[in-house]
Design a binder for this molecule. Sequence first.
Ligand code: NAD
Length: 276
Amino acid sequence: MGERRPRLAGKVAIVTGAGSSGPGTGTGNATAILFAREGASVLLVDQSAERAEQTLATIQQQGGEASVYAADITQAPDCQAMVEAARDRYGGLHVLMNNVGILGYGTVVDVTEETWDRVFEVNLKSMMLTSKFAVPAIIESGGGAIINISSTEALRASSSAVTPYNASKAGIIGLTNAMAAHHGRDNIRVNCIAPGFLYTPMVAPLLTEESRESRRQASLLGTEGTAWDVAWAAVFLASDESRWITGIVLPVEAGLLTSTPLPTLNYESSDSGNKP
Ligand SMILES: NC(=O)c1ccc[n+]([C@@H]2O[C@H](COP(=O)([O-])OP(=O)(O)OC[C@H]3O[C@@H](n4cnc5c(N)ncnc54)[C@H](O)[C@@H]3O)[C@@H](O)[C@H]2O)c1
């Protein structure tokens, strides 16, 4: 058998939030590393150049092609310049991974308007802005794929009060549907990943060993998700292997949305006669 052709050979990709907000590996960081390992040239976009430099160092150690671009993706001029940088440095654009997201707290009663607006700006408006400039560049390059990171919190609320997070992540699914509908004939596939309870830098400071364990036990597999689980799904959705898949929400959540692992019927002790 000959050597395997890398799955993203010849592709140019932008990953937003390609650094990690704290110690450990974030989904943007992991995705950028796997994209480069699979042969893509990757523009590592982050508001913190220093964080993206750490991702770059890993990619360079592994012999991949990437470079850092510092940008705040809530700002239209930054988004436009980011896309121009990808074209200038690598000659085109095929893949956009919209990964940036932040938490925001509160029930609908106690959330502040400032928190609500900021979370929507960072989580949802930013994806419209990056896509506004990326879509024409992807069309010019002959087509490609956009991957938006939502969350299971868009589909199923948990006991934590993160209402603006729930609502903005649900908005990402609507945005994905619209983009997939409007740009399918441009040969652009637009898909969404809905990660479940991962252990990443965004949530690590908020977890005790006990809450980390209850996140594990909430899923059907009873194990912990990592940034790499999302990154592998992103490689698939970015690659031509998924050439006939668009407009989907791909849960990466160990079955969290399928069922709850808690016992719901005491079947064995039932004497109702209602057994097969
Ligand atoms: N951890 C989980 O359980 C979980 C579950 C579902 C979805 N997600 C989603 O995964 C994504 C990544 O989370 P994470 O914990 O891996 O990331 P993270 O908190 O490590 O952040 C990644 C990077 O985004 C950058 N960033 C933030 N705002 C930015 C802006 N305005 N412009 C440019 N860069 C900016 C930060 O500097 C940081 O380096 C988010 O969208 C999050 O909502 C996480």
